[in-house]
Design a protein around this ligand. Structure first.
Ligand code: SAM
Length: 382
């Protein structure tokens, strides 16, 4: 068994669908060899290729991908578009045009000669929280129809890095694969908020995935700040500070050294700059307009400055390594990070669930092949 295990795990392979700027590929790399990835965006493709090479990357609309052309993979990952599931969007759901591209991913999997043992999908919380989990339930039932068992977990990047970025991860595994006892539980654990518990109720072949809880976060927002980056003119800073509530103004006044971020929001017809004082940044978004970029307010030795987050700070907030290549244009770099999946969340999932599951599945396949070979040898009498 140990020999089969060692021989097989070295060859675990993965697909990264909707690979964007490649943070999923980066996070999976210590555990899987990513053999195929795609995205439709030229700008993101450049980021992917500069960081991971072009050999396995396909700049292509998923609608044009044919599963028969793909190599075998143990894991297929899809961070499918979130616009129709996000609370900020119109909530058109998982059957709408953009988030509905998840069905193209599954169509490609159907076309493969052998479907991967594990399917993993990632999206925003609306996937499970909107309409009593209706979007998730549709997807779950489709995975079950294909011969998988599945369950969803919620991880928030803030467990590791100073950004609040809660995301839902669905993990499905071929039904024939025995589930190692330590990877599942009998009921909800820390990975399952009420929204997941509600959506899971009564679902066929649901799995309560289990993983050890992460140790506490080691770094604060102030640790990732580029303190010497250029700041706004004082006129702009004063304008921004006028948008603060009295409470936030007071909280800033009380400290001599602090770094906080916030978004501009309109409340009761009035524009506000809403800061958070818990040592982490709000969720990065894609920079479509002025209000979707996060504003940094820094106070050092009693002096307040403001500016947008730098491109490198957005990468740090996603847990990307310091040498991760980013586009020169600010908006392209922000876009590449604002739309990505946080590195430590994927790394954690890969380490504690995807890798052990895929290894188990691989061993299972090797045993099945051995048994088949024994049968064949017995039939032909050798
Ligand atoms: C949530 S982002 C994925 C982010 C990525 N996993 C990362 O870590 O950077 C969704 C991605 O889907 C891509 N996309 C949207 N429509 C697509 C299509 N028709 N075919 C392929 N990719 C598409 C977008 O360009 C975007 O990069």
């Amino acid at each position: 068994m140990a020999v089969i295990f060692n021989q097989t795990i070295q060859r675990l392979t993965a697909f990264d669908f909707f690979a964007g700027s490649g943070l999923v590929t980066h996070s999976l790399k210590p555990f899987f060899n990513v053999v195929w990835a795609n995205d439709i965006s030229r700008q993101k493709a450049e980021v992917y290729v500069k960081n991971h090479g072009s050999s396995h990357f396909h700049l292509e609309d998923i609608r044009a991908v044919c599963g028969q052309d793909l190599p075998y993979a143990d894991l297929s990952w899809a961070s499918f578009p979130c616009q129709d599931l996000s609370l900020a969007g119109k909530g058109e759901g998982i059957l709408a045009n953009r988030s509905g591209l998840v069905w193209q991913w599954l169509r490609t999997m159907d076309e493969m000669e052998e479907m991967p043992d594990i399917l993993a999908a990632e999206n925003v919380e609306g996937l499970i929280s909107a309409n009593e989990g209706e979007n998730y339930i549709i997807l779950h039932n489709d995975l079950i129809k294909r011969g998988y068992r599945a369950g969803a977990v919620r991880l928030n990047a803030q467990s590791w890095i100073p950004q609040s970025r809660p995301r839902i991860f669905i993990i499905a595994v071929r039904r024939e694969i025995p589930l190692p006892a330590h990877l599942c539980s009998q009921g909800p654990v820390w990975l399952h908020p009420d929204s997941i518990v509600r959506a899971a109720s009564g679902l066929k072949d649901w799995v309560w995935w289990n993983m050890p809880a992460p140790g506490g976060r080691q770094c604060q927002l102030s640790d990732i700040i580029e303190w010497d980056a250029p700041v706004d003119e004082s006129e702009k800073t004063n304008q921004l500070l006028k948008l603060l509530s009295e409470r936030h103004e007071k909280l800033l006044e009380e400290r001599d050294n602090i770094a906080v971020t916030g978004y501009k929001r309109t409340r009761c017809g009035k524009q506000r700059l809403e800061l958070r004082f818990d040592g982490i940044a709000g969720c990065l978004r894609t920079p479509k307009g002025g209000s979707s970029r996060q504003i940094l307010v820094m106070k050092r030795n009693g002096v307040i400055h403001t500016r947008l987050l730098t491109a490198r700070e957005t990468a740090r907030l996603m847990g990307a390594p310091e040498n991760y290549w980013l586009p020169e244009k600010y908006n392209d770099a922000y876009m590449a990070m604002g739309d990505a999946v946080a590195v430590p969340a994927v790394h954690f999932l890969a380490e504690h669930l995807l890798f052990p599951l895929a290894a188990q599945a691989k061993v299972q396949r090797a045993k099945e092949r051995e048994a088949q070979n024994d049968d064949t040898r017995a039939v032909v009498g050798i």
